[in-house]
Design a protein around this ligand. Structure first.
Ligand SMILES: Cc1ncc(COP(=O)(O)O)c(C=O)c1O
Length: 407
């Protein structure tokens, strides 16, 4: 009785932090069961799941698949297969994850930062206007779950003999994701359409033989525990991880370098389970997005994403119109107030990317006209719409925004 009451108190105190945390993987006992079995059967690193994953991905994509530890490792492997012909530059959007730029550098190429369109996807005009005889490849992400402008991109890149990497890390779940370029990649990190401990895959029409090293048992074990506690039990562990990450940022220099490894067996097992639910998860995200769109549509102060079947709504990004005019070099104070007001109601949001051309160590690479990028990151934020949130949660978020955030 005493223990029960104590637990209940602890629950209350801890869960006060966020009522609606932003990032919680859509895992049930199937995923946690894989974790448990791999642990007790001593197959966290090696086992039969990885072979099954390759078969499943080959079947689904009709391509050869090469699983890795990370999506960025898959990008590095892809770039490494492009025949060297003296061209050095790889085009990418600056409004992007750091996991896309580092593999370019590590593969020995030079990133060139180009702009995005208003849907946050890489702009075809940006590609056209900034292509030079030194351009060898372009990496095309379907940012936030929105399918890229494939028709125009494919036609242009074919005409100019530019290699295309279809970066489906964020729009996996939509038809053809990962199959549109010379290479495709997925990421299976937390926060992606398929969430495992981590993982990635390179997709290609060609057969290669890569000899990738395994991560150590100790690494995989601690990463598995971190994914479980940071992700699945985020509601309770967020204060601890917030302090830990804050201290890490203060004390250690930020390093984006990484090593290419094999995918651990436990990640493969969880990835397979997640693929079984992928269609359902996309539908739930789209349903949640629709509820937000309905609830927020008459709020003039917000720019909302457009609903379409080409949008898997991995992230639901809104922009504050009044913050758009801000000339400040940082995130607008109106946006910070908006985020804090939601946090005070227990709703966690996620900042959008600080553009890559503004981040060390990437500030010295060639940039082009980045008007949209330079504007949107200061006035935009992602609202929670992950598949585990209920219709009531979504109505709650919209109501709080309407009632107390936008006055
Ligand atoms: C669009 C995009 N591409 C690639 C990556 C790299 O994936 P990973 O984190 O698995 O290396 C990420 C994110 O992390 C991403 O958002």
């Amino acid at each position: 009785m005493f223990v029960k009451r104590g637990n209940c108190m602890l629950n209350k105190v801890l869960s006060k932090f966020y009522k609606i945390p932003y990032l919680v993987p859509y895992w049930d006992t199937n995923e946690t069961g894989i974790l448990k079995n791999c642990f007790f059967e001593n197959s966290l690193v090696e086992g039969s799941h990885s072979e099954k994953l390759v078969k499943m991905l080959n079947n689904k994509t009709n391509l050869y698949s090469y699983p890795t530890n990370l999506g960025r490792s898959a990008i590095q492997l892809a770039l490494g297969q492009i025949p060297k012909d003296g061209r050095k530059e790889v085009l990418i959007s600056s409004f992007n994850c750091s996991g896309v730029v580092q593999p370019i550098v590590q593969a020995g190429y030079i990133p060139v930062f180009i702009d995005v369109g208003i849907d946050f996807n890489i702009s075809i005009d940006g590609i056209r206007n900034n292509y030079t005889s030194n351009t060898i490849a372009v990496i095309v992400p379907g940012l936030f779950g929105k399918s890229p402008h494939w028709k125009e991109i494919k036609t242009f890149c074919k005409e100019k003999n530019i290699f295309v990497i279809d970066d489906a890390a964020q729009y996996l779940g939509l038809d053809g994701a990962g199959t549109n370029g010379d290479f495709g990649i997925f990421s299976f990190a937390l926060g992606k359409p398929v969430e495992s401990i981590y993982g990635g895959v390179l997709l290609s029409k060609k057969k290669y033989s890569f000899e990738l090293k395994n991560k150590t048992y100790a690494n995989v074990l601690s990463d598995s525990m971190a994914a479980l506690f940071r992700g699945k039990y985020r509601k309770y562990t967020l204060p601890y991880f917030a302090i830990k990450d804050g201290l890490k940022r203060k004390l250690l220099k930020n390093s984006f370098s990484f090593d290419v490894f094999n995918i651990p067996n436990v990640s493969s097992g969880i990835t397979i389970e997640q693929f079984k639910k992928l269609d359902k998860m996309v539908k739930l995200r789209q349903r949640n997005a629709k509820i937000l769109l309905d609830g927020l549509s008459n709020i003039d102060e917000l720019t909302l994403p457009e609903f379409s079947k080409d949008h898997a709504f991995l992230k639901f990004v809104v922009s504050l119109k009044k913050a758009k005019q801000s000339k400040a070099p940082n995130r607008s104070t109106d946006l910070i107030k908006f985020v804090n007001a939601l946090a005070s109601k227990g709703i966690e949001t996620e900042w959008v990317y600080l553009p890559l051309h503004l981040r060390e160590p990437y500030t010295n690479y060639r940039t082009t006209d980045l008007t949209v990028t330079n504007n949107i990151w200061k006035c935009s934020v992602s609202l929670p719409n992950r598949p585990g949130l209920s219709e009531e949660n979504m109505i709650d978020i919209a109501t709080h925004i309407k009632k107390s955030v936008i006055k």
